[in-house]
Ligand binder design. Sequence first.
Ligand SMILES: Nc1nc2c(ncn2[C@@H]2O[C@H](COP(=O)(O)OP(=O)(O)OP(=O)(O)O)[C@@H](O)[C@H]2O)c(=O)[nH]1
Ligand SMILES: [Zn+2]
Length: 191
Amino acid sequence: MQEEKYNHLKELFSDEEKINQAITGIEALIDLIGEDVNREGLQDTPYRFLKAFAEYSQGYKVDPKTYLETQFEAESHDVVVVRDIPFESACEHHLARFHGVAHVAYIPNEKITGLSKFPRMINGYARRLQVQERLTAQAADAIYEVLNPEACAVVIEATHSCMTARGAMAHGSSTKTFAVRGEKNLLEYLK
Ligand SMILES: Nc1nc2c(ncn2[C@@H]2O[C@H](COP(=O)(O)OP(=O)(O)OP(=O)(O)O)[C@@H](O)[C@H]2O)c(=O)[nH]1
Ligand SMILES: [Zn+2]
């Protein structure tokens, strides 16, 4: 691997021994399926794969709850809904991608937060190895704990490539998960 690319991996992951092990593992996988790790198109693939994984795992570097700590005084107790927040995640069983949209609703108590903090928070949890149920629950718990709203709800709709591009080959299937917290069931706002 070119020095420049190797140095880039060191910036991304810092632990050289683990980087070397990961490169060896990816090369072994390519070899396992009968491919030639040294052919031109595959030479940089371990580097590209690890660079991509650094992006996929950005969520381990943040506590997504902290995004919600930017708060303003609530001037009403009316429902706030943010819809169609796109996210990209990875299923922890197959390391396959799943993606979709999240919808968030809450009734402020004393505080509101900036609207952009919801996509930031969702993507903080999504850029980890996940199951959709946990992602949904973590997002709802974060809102409930940090904003202390009267109620909140999170709905996530996603397509899992582990069951569309392989295995069950359930093309076109999608999964919807719901998490509701607090005194009022806000799901009616997220239909
Ligand atoms: N509940 C839940 N299951 C998921 C999620 N992502 C992937 N899975 C499922 O995890 C399960 C793992 O099942 P296993 O039988 O251990 O793995 P597998 O042999 O590869 O299963 P198949 O996908 O059915 O081929 C599969 O049924 C996946 O569809 C998720 O976010 N939530
Ligand atoms: Zn999967």
